[in-house]
Design a binder for this molecule. Structure first.
Ligand SMILES: [Zn+2]
Ligand SMILES: [Zn+2]
Length: 421
């Protein structure tokens, strides 16, 4: 631990932030419960975005832009004194999960998702993210007379991938110029997590969350009777060889001392009955990595190996890899610079270095434009054993709402300390 940086004093606004954040706690909890009871799927965050935009306008933001990347809202708050530009981001979308938590504000919402009727729930805690950032907006808008620089508030749709066939999320926001005019000098975001107890903040410099890419392989054989396989080309046996072959990419060909990686086949579909060898088999999988060069290398090897194995079986093979989210890389210098702030807000003993997360985040697209720090806020109550808390995306995911105030304080202090540096 670097104890020299711990002594750095808080910005002159620190006292004001504390008073305002604590006064706003009940309101932030009320916002979160309202969003929780009314969750909306990716690219469909119409109600949520409406509430956010109205809130920012009520706070007399200098600019409020709506309809960014479908339903996104971007607000600009200019301080009275000149200074750098800081972006703060919250994601707004819920998941196609039917809630199983027994709460008065539990979600009963159902909606259509990729052609299916599904339950909808804020099972990743984005309801908390929106409420926290609305709270930060109100706290800092109240201090704008003393505020240095400019704050850009980004309320983002579709972090959990848009519906099939649609574009969306952080990538689309960046393409639409969210990170321009003005370009942020730093971007900050947080995620609530069941992996940490309430009251604890987790951080990690460098690669913190994995890249995530979707893999689709089609093996093209030739249909024949199951009793006479020699008259055709069997895509089922070939796909089995491909599944096993792909396992050697991480275990034999990737330098695991540098960064970990994963290649998973999660779906395999082919054939209709026991005695017919089908024409083709389709497989779907995911590829995770923590280094962009390794990521490209794995993609190349997956394609080469699947094609080579198929060729050996006289089958055709189509490999399609869709790059979804890049590696979430926390700028090491920025992380080190903001660590004293996180320690001051949560307490040094409650600010912990966390392991890498194999999950992914499209916050990474913002970090590709400006140095960024994405940190974690624990939501598991002390009464629940850590390993036994329902994880993010579970129908039983539960947030101890004391985490909300910590989130508001952390983001507000981080932003102000950066602007005052
Ligand atoms: Zn999620
Ligand atoms: Zn999430």
């Amino acid at each position: 631990m670097d104890t020299t940086t711990q002594a750095r004093p808080a910005s002159p606004l620190a006292g004001g932030i504390e008073t305002a954040a604590r006064a706003l706690e009940a309101q932030v909890i009320a916002w979160r419960r309202d969003f929780h009871a009314n969750p909306e799927l990716g690219n469909r965050e119409f109600r949520t975005a409406g509430i956010v935009a109205e809130h920012l306008r009520k706070l007399s933001f200098d600019e409020v832009t709506t309809g960014v990347a479908h339903t996104g809202v971007v607000g600009l708050l200019k301080g009275a004194r000149p200074g750098p530009v800081v972006a703060l981001r919250a994601d707004m979308d819920a998941l196609p999960v039917a809630e199983e938590v027994d709460l008065p504000f539990a979600s009963k919402v159902r909606a259509e998702w990729n052609g299916e009727q599904v339950g909808v729930m804020h099972a990743c805690g984005h309801d908390a993210h929106v409420a926290i950032l609305m709270g930060v907006a109100e706290v800092l808008a109240g201090l704008r007379a003393q505020l240095r620089g400019t704050l850009k508030f980004i309320f983002q749709p579709a972090e959990e991938l848009p519906p099939e066939g649609e574009e969306g999320g952080a990538k689309m926001m960046v393409e639409q110029g969210v990170m321009d005019n003005p370009r942020p000098d730093a971007v900050f975001g947080l995620h609530v997590t069941s992996r940490l107890p309430v009251g604890v903040i987790g951080y990690r410099p460098g690669p913190a969350m994995a890249s995530a890419d979707t893999l689709r392989i089609t093996i093209h054989g030739r249909q024949t009777h199951g009793a006479m396989p020699w008259y055709g080309v069997d895509p089922i046996v070939t796909s089995a060889q491909v599944v096993l072959g792909l396992q050697t990419i991480v275990s034999r060909e990737t330098d695991l001392t540098h960064e970990p990686a994963v290649v998973t086949i999660g779906a395999i579909k082919g054939g209709v009955r026991e005695n017919i060898i089908p024409d083709s088999v389709e497989m779907r999988g995911t590829i995770r990595s923590f280094d962009e060069a390794m990521r490209d290398d794995i993609h190349e090897r997956v394609t080469y190996l699947a094609e080579a194995i198929s060729r050996g079986a006289r089958a055709g093979c189509t490999v399609c890899i869709r790059k979804n989210y890049p590696v979430t890389v926390n700028d090491p210098a920025l992380t080190e610079a903001m660590l004293p702030t996180l320690r001051r807000v949560a307490g040094a003993q409650h600010t912990v270095l966390v392991p890498k997360v194999m999950g992914s985040e499209d916050f990474s697209f913002f970090q590709r434009v400006s140095p960024g720090l994405f940190f974690f806020v624990g939501v598991t109550p002390e009464t629940v054993e850590l390993g036994k808390s329902a994880p993010n995306h579970s129908p039983r995911f539960f947030i101890d709402e004391r985490a909300l105030l910590l989130g508001v304080r952390a983001l507000a202090h981080v932003a102000c300390d950066y602007l005052e540096r």
